[in-house]
Design a protein around this ligand. Structure first.
Ligand code: GDP
Ligand code: MG
Length: 833
């Protein structure tokens, strides 16, 4: 197609030298090459290039680099004259003598070549491409016809401000799939990379449909400019359209035009030149966010595709992954030839089938819906239909749910409903499980002979794991709500609504979904921040996600709320969650004002279609989470319970304990005492012995040592220990208390943990001797401490993976300080009333 000969770096023989004219290919590849030093105007020396050898070695910017052939093929060059004998010898080990480029003939050709670029005109039928083409070319230079495969691609070349611009007028198409000859032609042209830029012409009187094609072009990751054509019609209708802000969200310049009258065309040409020269950072690659489920399917396919370096030098890996998932015939044919092609296709098929079953909808419809969701979100923020009447398809439901005044109260209502149901409805099965665990403890305890093994099973395992497992129903209910909100499309609306509020805190609305996921578990939530492309936005979100109270903390709240709050339990629970959100958002503000001073980029907030969630899908989401919870029971929590039990159990039979035992024997043997006196004496000795043991065991010593630190928060050593062990997983706070109180001789073995907590009293000798340890105030301070303090190990590991050690360290210090200060304030100030 490019009639002029195009010489690429690939064809320069060993020892040859050349100057880079341009880098073509998709954004990812271009970026990589530029980072290696392959920049327009640079001189490259070929060190070794033999026909069958891959990679090829070059010297550029004084350093040796090797490129694959498929990469070198994307670098257009101008060789130093063929009779290069009169050129200075190349010094392979170091500097290249730059005076070579001072050859006037050569520099003239470089100038000419590097000021020539090809633009592909892409748009729907009748959007005004040909009008644009004729105006742009006709005003200046020649127009010619070249036959394409089945449909015509018309080329025209003209000069503008020192540049030679080749325009390719592609056939009009609604998408770049493969259903019609037009689509195929455009698709082929666009993936051949024989052009430099895309000019997407959009009919502004039909934005929604026209932007669909734009979303597909964005996936191609090629520098792009958008002409907002028929702008006269948009204005005539009285619509308002903040196209500049849309351009910021899409990461490309948008210029209004009226192609039939030639209006706006010079501005478009200028934008094309600016983007071609890449001077002003006018473009930015964005990802269309296809939603969690589709993204989860795209990611593993993409990873497998990315193993094949040659194909991802032709197309962006994400683009191929999306097309493979969609089952695009031409893409599948390409994939089949890859070494791991079969594996990729199988993976895509599994994922596609699962998605189609889950949503009961063809995969291409799902992808289209996601694209329309992106468009709807983008337009809702920027486009306002005028009074002159327009059939802008706004959803009636949307107008209520995202209403300026009603939207946020409705959101709060749904959140309240979620917590209330989690609490009230979950309480029944939770109680049954609780009873079952107590019963099991008694039965097993009676059946087994006394000894260390019985203590391990009853106190360590049943006491520890049992304390946590009964919360499974509540957690299932919480996840049911989160899944329902996600699957109906409501979550995206919520994100949309809070976007504006979030912006005030330097956050992006898109952070909302990771936040809500954080109510489930911080680990997937931290991974979900990958939909945020800006590094700063990601970091701030990652660091504040731990304040979104995860489901592992729920058992702690549930036990404390049900034991120490009799009224408005759902509200108390919700207040904890809201407090977490408040701290999270304020922390984001502080981080933005201090550590991350940079302007955040604008993103589109997708508005996917509302759906009736399928039972299957909701069940699957719920089951995934619950299975994780059960797995955690069997691993982290079981191990932690056993360790804590052992630290509480040992050392045993110390000298003092033996003395207590002897004294008990003596009392029992003492015939001079009445039965009642004997029992009383034995009881008090047992208590003393128990108190001694709990203070002397390893964990007791540790607890007592750190108790002074948390005393200002109203906590005793049991709580101090459980807060430390909670680092393994937050549920362990409860299981630790379960183990500690289970082993406690003061308390009745059959009682539930809740009852045991109510019985706890400050010991003799302390300021509050004899008073209950747990009061509503202490319970609230404890909940806040658990909410704010250091997240669990798994979360810290996720933070390390996504952000690095530095931020793990930061999180540790920051959350601990914050938790301590807030709890102490609550306890101290609350104590005044
Ligand atoms: P193509 O199918 O994309 O090549 O579109 P054409 O250039 O053939 O244009 C289709 C119709 O729209 C023609 O009748 C044009 O005169 C008209 N048209 C093109 N641009 C504009 C514009 O900016 N405003 C208005 N009102 N009409 C336009
Ligand atoms: Mg046309």
């Amino acid at each position: 197609m490019n009639s002029e000969s195009r010489i690429t770096l690939n064809s320069i023989p060993s020892g040859g030298k050349c100057v880079i004219i341009r880098i073509s290919g998709h954004g990812g590849l271009r970026h990589r090459l530029m980072e290696m030093g392959f920049v327009k105007g640079e001189t490259v020396t070929v060190v070794k290039n033999s026909p069958l050898q891959d990679p090829v070695e070059y010297i550029v910017m004084d350093s040796h680099v090797s490129l694959r052939r498929s990469e070198a093929d994307k670098i257009e060059v101008l060789p130093f004259s063929e009779h290069s004998s009169d050129h200075p010898q190349t010094d392979y080990n170091g500097t290249i003598e730059e005076e070579a480029v001072t050859d006037p003939e050569l520099s003239a050709r470089i100038q000419e070549k590097s000021h020539t670029f090809t633009v592909a005109l892409v748009g729907n039928p009748n959007c005004g491409k040909t009008s644009f083409f004729n105006h742009a070319t006709g005003l200046h230079e020649r127009v010619g016809n070249y036959a394409g495969v089945t449909v015509d691609v018309k080329f025209g070349t003209f000069y503008y401000k020192g540049y030679t611009i080749r325009l390719a007028d592609l056939p009009g198409t609604y998408s770049v799939n493969e259903y019609s000859p037009e689509e195929l032609c455009v698709r082929e042209f666009l993936t051949k990379n024989d052009y430099d830029l895309i000019l997407n012409i959009v009919d502004s009187s039909n934005l929604e449909r026209n932007l669909f094609l734009t979303t597909q072009l964005i996936d191609l990751n090629v520098p792009m400019v958008m002409a907002l054509n028929m702008y006269d019609e948009l204005q005539a209708k009285g619509d308002t359209f903040d196209y500049k802000s849309l351009g910021k969200m899409l990461g490309l310049p948008i210029i209004p035009t009226t192609a039939s009258k030639g209006k706006g065309i010079p501005e478009v040409l200028q934008a094309l030149i600016d983007v071609f020269e890449d001077h002003k950072n006018l473009t930015r690659h964005i990802h269309i966010n296809y939603g969690t489920d589709l993204e989860d399917a795209i990611a593993p396919i993409k990873t497998k595709i990315a193993e094949n370096k040659d194909i991802i030098n032709i197309y962006p890996a994400r683009y191929i992954a999306i097309n493979t998932l969609e089952g695009n015939k031409h893409t599948l044919e390409d994939i089949e030839t890859l070494p791991n092609g079969k594996e990729i296709i199988a993976e895509a098929k599994t994922r596609r089938d699962a998605l189609e079953r889950a949503y009961n909808e063809k995969i291409d419809a799902q992808l289209s819906n996601a694209r329309y969701g992106f468009i709807r979100g983008a337009l809702k923020e920027t486009y306002q239909p005028g009074s002159n009447g327009h059939k802008w398809k706004a959803y009636v439901v949307d107008n209520i749910l995202t209403n300026k005044w009603l939207g946020i109260p409705i959101l709060l209502f749904f959140l309240w409903l979620m917590f209330e149901t989690t609490f009230i409805l979950g309480a029944y099965p939770q109680e049954w499980l609780d009873m079952f665990v107590s019963w099991l403890g008694r039965v097993v305890g009676n059946a087994m002979p006394d000894g260390i093994f019985r203590d391990l099973i009853v106190d360590g395992i049943i006491g520890g794991v049992g304390a946590v497992i009964s919360f499974l129903p509540n957690i299932i209910i919480l996840f049911l709500f989160i899944s329902l909100m996600e699957d109906t499309g409501y979550m995206a609306r919520a994100a949309f609504m809070v976007d504006r509020i979030f912006h005030k805190f330097g956050l992006h609305g898109r952070s909302f979904i990771p936040y809500v996921m954080g109510f489930g578990c911080a680990v997937p939530a931290i991974m979900a921040t990958r939909t945020l492309e800006n590094k700063k936005d990601r970091l701030v979100t990652i660091l504040t996600i731990p304040f979104m109270s995860c489901s592992a903390r729920l058992p702690v709240y549930l036990i404390l709320v049900s034991a120490f709050f009799t009224k408005h339990q759902g509200l108390v629970l919700m207040s904890i969650y809201l407090f977490g959100i408040l701290i999270g958002v304020l922390s984001a503000l502080v981080l933005n004002k201090t550590a991350f001073r940079s302007v955040s980029e604008e993103f589109v907030m997708e508005l996917p279609p509302y759906r009736v969630p399928t039972a299957r899908n909701v069940f699957m989401h719920m089951w995934d989470k619950s299975a994780q919870y059960l797995k955690k029971m069997g691993t982290v929590i079981l191990a932690a319970s056993i360790i804590i039990w052992a630290l509480e159990y040992f050392p045993r039979n110390t000298k003092q304990e033996q003395q207590f035992a002897q004294q008990i024997e003596q009392v029992k043997a003492d015939k001079s005492l009445t039965q009642a006196q004997q029992t009383a004496a034995v009881d008090s000795l047992t208590m003393l012995s128990g108190a001694y043991h709990s203070g002397n065991c390893y964990i007791g010593k540790f607890g007592h040592a750190i108790e002074p630190v948390v005393r200002p928060c109203g906590f005793d050593w049991h709580i101090a220990v459980s807060l430390c062990t909670g680092l393994a997983a937050k549920e362990v706070v409860v299981s630790t208390l379960g183990v500690l109180y289970q082993a406690d001789p003061d308390t009745d073995d059959g009682a539930s943990l809740e009852e045991k907590m109510k019985e706890q009293r400050w010991p003799e000798g302390s300021v509050r001797a004899g008073q209950p340890i747990y009061t509503p105030l202490v319970a609230y301070a404890l909940m806040v401490f658990v909410l704010l303090s250091v997240p669990c190990i798994a979360t810290l590991a996720a933070i390390r993976r996504e952000a690095g050690w530095k931020w793990v360290f930061f999180t540790l210090c920051y959350t601990l300080t914050l938790a301590w200060v807030c709890s102490a304030l609550i306890y101290q100030i609350g104590g005044l009333f």
